[in-house]
Design a binder for this molecule. Structure first.
Ligand SMILES: Nc1ncnc2c1ncn2[C@@H]1O[C@H](COP(=O)(O)OP(=O)(O)OP(=O)(O)O)[C@@H](O)[C@H]1O
Ligand SMILES: [Mg+2]
Length: 326
């Protein structure tokens, strides 16, 4: 049974449709990420589900119940935003107690639930500090504890890690995933970071101009994008001509580079334009010869020595790796 269901959800601001006929079903316990460029309608969609905003058209169901007209208070939802929005004058513990007191849970029971939530986000011992005495990552953990302490039916996260530096962000991604698994709470995460979306989610929903482009498992969307927009938004896309005059996408990892005139594999002669060392991988920009100025990007594991700019190579790929996008 689906836990969140959107049917034709539309939100118009004057002539702009910030959400445009969006359909989505999220299963109980599922982790779905909404991915899209700035202004594509991600926050709009979350605020409609949270009840902070009403759709112009369409319906929203949570746990099978039509909540389209319900207030935010009538929906049992945990929310975390990019800006932590903690109460600065309250201690960590008081911040986490707050949603419980709103729900009339008080005293020893409230305290033990709040401490348990703080333990879940690894903040034991910091309960008496104020937000200003915490690092950004710790503040975001408090916001998470506050969002889950009252056992919400669903968790909505809008760029919760956006303000953190890369390393901390990666650490918290792992913790967030573990927390979500432990609680088994149905989760919708908004991000414009495609790596974050691919690594955390059971499925991703790609939005553009308020419209759904694709809803699919990460590998599915990456290797079998529904259209050019998805292909380009989820990483690097090499567009190549395929049978029937159509266009296909080849991902850089599926492009093979070989020695010029090397062991009979054929392929298209090319010249390396740039070699970018990325740690485990090297990203090569190559210019194909005999096809005008066609350029491709290949990614290969770093093995001892990288091709150098100016070197001649051959480029090839399996026809099956050129996924048609139109
Ligand atoms: N209250 C509002 N009044 C008018 N237009 C709005 C309002 N809120 C959002 N919009 C417009 O709706 C569109 C979607 O905005 P939204 O905030 O949902 O985008 P987003 O995908 O969350 O972007 P970002 O990644 O920058 O946060 C934008 O064109 C925005 O300007
Ligand atoms: Mg937003």
């Amino acid at each position: 049974m689906s836990d969140i269901r959107l049917e034709g959800v539309t939100k118009k601001y004057g002539a702009v449709a910030a959400a445009d006929g969006v359909d989505l079903s999220v299963a109980q316990g599922e982790f779905v990420t909404i991915l899209g460029p700035s202004g594509s309608g991600k926050t709009t969609l979350l605020s409609l589900i949270a009840g902070l905003n009403r759709p112009t058209a369409g319906r929203i169901f949570i746990g099978g119940r039509d909540v389209t007209q319900a207030t935010a208070q009538e929906r049992n939802i945990g929310l975390v935003f990019q800006s932590y929005a903690l109460f600065p004058h309250m201690t960590v513990l008081e911040n986490v107690l707050f949603p419980l007191s709103v729900r009339k849970v008080t005293g020893a029971e409230a305290r033990s639930r709040a401490l348990e939530a703080l333990k879940l986000v690894r903040l034991e011992g910091l309960q008496d500090r104020r937000p200003s005495q915490l690092s950004g990552g710790q503040q975001q953990r408090v916001a998470l504890a506050r969002a889950v302490v009252f056992k919400p039916d669903i968790l909505l996260l809008d760029e919760p890690l956006g303000a953190l530096d890369r390393k901390l962000r990666e650490e918290l991604q792992v913790e967030l995933k573990q927390l979500q698994r432990t609680l088994g709470v149905t989760t919708l995460l908004v991000t414009h970071d495609q790596e974050e979306a691919l690594s955390l989610s059971d499925r991703i929903m790609v939005l553009n101009h308020g419209k759904t482009q694709q809803v699919a498992a990460p590998t599915e969307a990456y290797l079998r994008p529904a259209n050019r927009f998805v292909a380009e938004f989820l990483g690097i896309a090499n567009f190549v001509g395929i049978d029937g005059g159509r266009t296909g996408v080849v991902r850089p990892e599926r492009v093979r580079l070989g020695e010029d005139g090397g062991s009979g594999g054929g392929g298209t002669p090319a010249r390396v334009v740039e070699a970018i060392y990325l740690g485990q991988m090297v990203r090569y920009h190559v210019a194909l010869e005999g096809e005008g100025s066609a350029a491709m990007v290949a990614a290969a594991p770093f093995v001892g020595r990288a091709w150098q700019p100016g070197e001649r190579v051959t480029v090839s790929w399996d026809a099956a790796d050129a996924w048609p996008v139109n």
